[in-house]
Design a binder for this molecule. Structure first.
Ligand code: KE4
Length: 431
């Protein structure tokens, strides 16, 4: 990899204006050290930095780029739509077409509202749930991420009902206490929270496959129990499928696991790299949202035609036969190769996989929730990240994120990654 002088200069200028030199904290590479990348372009499974260095990309814009960067069909759709206008501020048929596609894939989404980010979608879903149930509390899971709305920046406090305490400055404690936290995969803890405060709880929001503590799949019965508990207590079950929607299968996690949530949050892939997210679900709940109901929510660029076209073009490509099977097969091949490489290097790792999501934890024991994920050796992960980057492989710059494979990653790309990991792990073991 050649020098990164131009990238360094751009980052210096960025740091004068952008907070941390970035527009989203994880891009600052704080968890892995070193200088953040400055990307100049992307194509397929590859990114090019400002100095012309090429990287095999496993960030994929945090999951949005399931087809790879600059997919011809998506780029053509964007170019064609740009010539017709990018945002009208008035409804257009493209919004209906994408809504129809989503409902066909996820029948639980009887009605839907498009917004511009996963945060906005999750925040609005919670507001709809609170409006529908007339209750104020929500339950989320430690290590679950649903965007940066105040309701979600809360972590478990002490006490039976695990009172929420703010996990960010600027979130009023009074607000944070309305969010109750439970360990992921611990249905018993959710049962106890509902036993103590069930009448106050509007909804449980869960990533049906956790991917923001690293990848942690649901243990058998976990999602089913959440469905049963929420129904029994008159609370809503919200699946945050911003990552899993159209990622682990055409119908997302809800169809993979056969669980029907009351509301679903979507994002990333449905925009094909453009700012699109959505919340939707039961018609009687969504009817609460303005202008039909008293729950207000609005957005200037919601459903804009340019973003709708990118989403439609992306879903059209995803619907091709064999696409998901190929993604899963290449991800399984990568996981097996990484396990073998770690075994050869005698470096203890745990590798969790769900569809085309994968996390390699530098952990001795299985990772099944946030507490076990946090026992990972993050210093080793940082070393691994740097060793892989030096070999032209760009991993997500945090132990607690997922690798995202795309349809553009080939078997040769996977084999190259396994070989690089073998060298990187051997280097770590020798340190
Ligand atoms: P956005 O507001 O970032 O579009 O979406 C928030 C969100 C909601 N729900 C889930 C399950 C999510 O994973 C996210 C955002 N994901 C992170 C990556 N783990 C975005 C990357 C970033 O923060 O820069």
């Amino acid at each position: 990899m050649s020098a990164r002088n131009r990238s360094r200069e751009i980052y210096r200028r960025a740091s004068e204006l952008l907070i941390g030199g970035v527009n989203s904290p994880v891009r600052a590479f704080a968890a892995v050290g070193g200088e953040p990348l400055i990307v100049q372009s992307g194509s397929g499974a590859r990114l090019l930095d400002a100095d012309g260095n090429e990287y095999l990309d496993f960030i994929g814009s945090w999951g949005a780029m399931i087809l790879g960067h600059a997919h011809p069909a998506v780029s053509a759709a964007l170019a064609e739509q740009a010539a017709r206008g990018t945002s009208y501020g008035v409804t257009c048929e493209l919004e209906v077409l994408l809504a129809e596609q989503i409902r066909a894939a996820l029948p639980s989404v009887e009605r839907i509202r498009f917004v511009s980010s996963g945060t906005e979608a999750a925040m609005s879903a919670i507001r709809a749930a609170r409006g529908f149930t007339r209750r104020d509390c929500i339950v989320k899971f430690e290590g679950g991420y649903h965007g940066h709305a105040d309701s979600f920046l809360s972590q478990a406090g002490s006490g039976l009902a695990t009172f929420g305490i703010a996990s960010s400055a600027g979130v009023p404690e009074a607000f944070a206490t309305l969010t109750l936290n439970a360990p992921y995969n611990d249905a018993g803890a959710v049962e106890r929270i509902f036993a103590a405060r069930g009448k106050e709880i509007a909804a449980v929001i869960v990533e049906p496959v956790a991917a923001n503590m690293g990848v942690v799949p649901p243990e058998s019965g976990f999602l089913e129990t959440l469905r049963e508990i929420t129904s029994r207590h008159g609370a809503l079950l919200i699946f945050d499928e911003v990552i899993t929607g159209f990622r682990i299968g055409w119908g997302g996690a809800q169809n993979a696991f056969g669980i029907q949530p009351d509301l679903t949050v979507l994002g990333k892939i449905i925009g094909g790299g453009m700012p699109v997210a959505a919340y939707g679900g039961r018609a009687d709940v969504m009817k609460m949202v303005a202008p039909e109901g008293p729950v207000y929510q609005a957005g200037t660029l919601s459903g804009n035609p340019l973003a709708m076209r990118a989403g439609l073009a992306t879903l059209a490509e995803l619907h091709r036969p064999g696409l998901y099977e190929g993604l899963a097969a290449r991800t399984a091949h990568l996981a097996n190769g990484l396990r073998e490489a770690a075994k050869s290097a005698r470096v203890p790792v745990q590798i969790n996989v769900a569809g085309s999501l994968l996390t390699l934890f530098f952990a001795q024991d299985p990772v099944h929730d946030y507490a076990s994920a946090k026992r990972s050796d993050t210093a080793k992960f940082a070393r691994f990240f740097g060793e892989m980057l030096a070999r032209g492989i760009l991993l997500p710059p945090s132990q607690f994120e997922a690798l995202f494979l795309s349809a553009a990653h080939t078997d040769a790309d996977v084999d190259r990654t396994i070989a690089a990991a073998g060298e990187a792990l051997a280097s770590i073991a020798a340190a």
